[in-house]
Design a protein around this ligand. Structure first.
Ligand SMILES: [Zn+2]
Length: 412
């Protein structure tokens, strides 16, 4: 296909994607007008419901503005051939394709990050602040940024270096070798996420001995689940929103509870949340999620191997020769429709898994305690209680509260 047709396809995908997103956001925003469902009246007072709706609207307006701007920006960058221009400027200085690619992506990363900073500041220090969620100080914000650069630079740089090296030295067969490497990296990150990455940003402390720990251990024991690694994370350092997560596989597995969760929930509710997390583990959701992620990555790399050496693709984005790093960007855009489909399938699986984990917690522990925990979490986080069903289908990895409560009520 000639460069011009490829350019039109790229612009078409970007535009279609943007319009589709706006359409679903619009549906969801309009759906906000619905009244609070009867079953949820005990969670929010009318006043709090109004606050949650205002929070939703503030975020929706913000995301409309930022996504419109980034859409316009990428269209302008592509139409003006900026990617090709940057490549040309850099190729005067850097002859080695690997160095060239590293500098190229480094510059793109920093420019897009700098453009993004005002938006992220506004989100944290204006929107989240206004609704009482923000606990991040400027110091934490700056440190987070620096640590993010460091990790992104080391990990991203290493992967880009390896990618360009393999593509140029192996040829189209690179995808298989790079897939193996990426899979190993994914496994390592998954295994050591809580021991290496989380401590860079947060303090993890083992859950102190006492009533809560005893209850959790007792529950784990009756359900044949060896759980010794229970940690508390200082989530309150950044936000008053609460959460819990499970990470790692095999003996590395750890359960992490936010301090904000512990402070606001009863012992029974906390054990119920934990039982839900253990449910994910027992039902093998974590390992299947990882395997599905690895399969998707392989599929994507396999497709990439058909595009990465296409000179016309580089030319579509303004280069006058084959540039692997520019093709990587072009492929990223061409792949969006497929990644939407795989994302949609992953969301369907994830929602099914959430019901399964809820059911596990209800059967092995308490349906009522989990319902109470979910209600409290939802109101504390001002979550959207009335999302549009089509929006849920597209974007939600967890079923909305109302659906989960209905399912749980059938078990109690
Ligand atoms: Zn879950």
């Amino acid at each position: 296909m000639d460069p011009r047709s490829l350019l039109y396809i790229i612009l078409g995908i970007l535009s279609f994607d943007f319009i589709l997103e706006q359409f679903f956001d619009y549906l969801n925003l309009k759906h906000q007008k619905t009244d609070l469902p009867e079953e949820l009246k005990d969670i929010y007072s009318e006043e709090e419901f109004k606050k949650a709706q205002d929070y939703y609207k503030a975020n929706a307006n913000f995301s409309f503005l930022s996504s419109t701007l980034s859409f316009l920006l990428i269209i302008i960058v592509i139409l003006t051939g900026t990617f090709g221009w940057l490549d040309k400027q850099l190729s005067f200085k850097f002859q080695n394709p690997t160095t060239l690619a590293l500098v190229f992506f480094g510059i793109l990363f920093f420019v897009s990050d700098i453009i993004n900073i005002p938006f992220s500041l506004y989100k944290t220090f204006v929107i989240e602040e206004k609704f009482g969620f923000n606990k991040t100080t400027i110091k934490t914000y700056v440190l987070d940024k620096l640590k993010g650069y460091l990790i992104g630079g080391v990990l991203g740089g290493l992967l880009i270096w390896l990618f360009i090296f393999m593509v140029t030295s192996i040829g189209p067969g690179f995808w298989l070798y790079f897939w193996i490497i990426l899979s190993v990296v994914m496994l390592i990150i998954n295994m050591f996420y809580t021991s290496i990455f989380v401590p860079l940003f947060n303090k993890l402390t083992p859950l102190e001995a006492g009533d809560l720990r005893n209850s959790i251990e007792e529950y784990s024991k009756t359900n044949n689940f060896s759980l010794t690694n229970i940690f508390v994370i200082d989530g309150s350092k950044r936000s008053s929103k609460a959460n819990a997560f499970f990470s790692g596989i095999g003996p590395k597995k750890k359960v992490v509870l936010y301090d904000t969760l512990i402070n606001n929930h009863s012992k029974e509710e906390l054990v119920a949340v934990l039982a839900h997390e253990i449910g994910h583990f027992k039902k093998k959701h974590i390992i299947t999620g990882l395997i599905l992620g690895i399969i998707q990555t392989g599929f994507m790399l396999f497709l990439l191997s058909y595009f990465i050496f296409n000179k016309n693709l580089s030319e579509a984005l303004g280069a006058d020769h084959l540039a692997i790093h520019i093709n990587l960007i072009a492929f990223g855009i061409l792949y969006t429709p497929i990644s939407h489909i795989t994302g949609l399938l992953m969301n369907i699986i994830s929602r099914k898994n959430e019901y399964e984990a809820d059911r596990f917690a209800a059967v092995t522990y308490s349906s009522i305690a989990l319902q109470e925990a979910l209600k409290k979490l939802s109101s504390k986080n001002l979550s959207n209680l009335t999302p549009h069903p089509a929006y849920v289908f597209m974007h939600y990895s967890h079923p909305p509260l109302l659906y989960r409560l209905r399912a749980l009520k059938q078990i109690q």
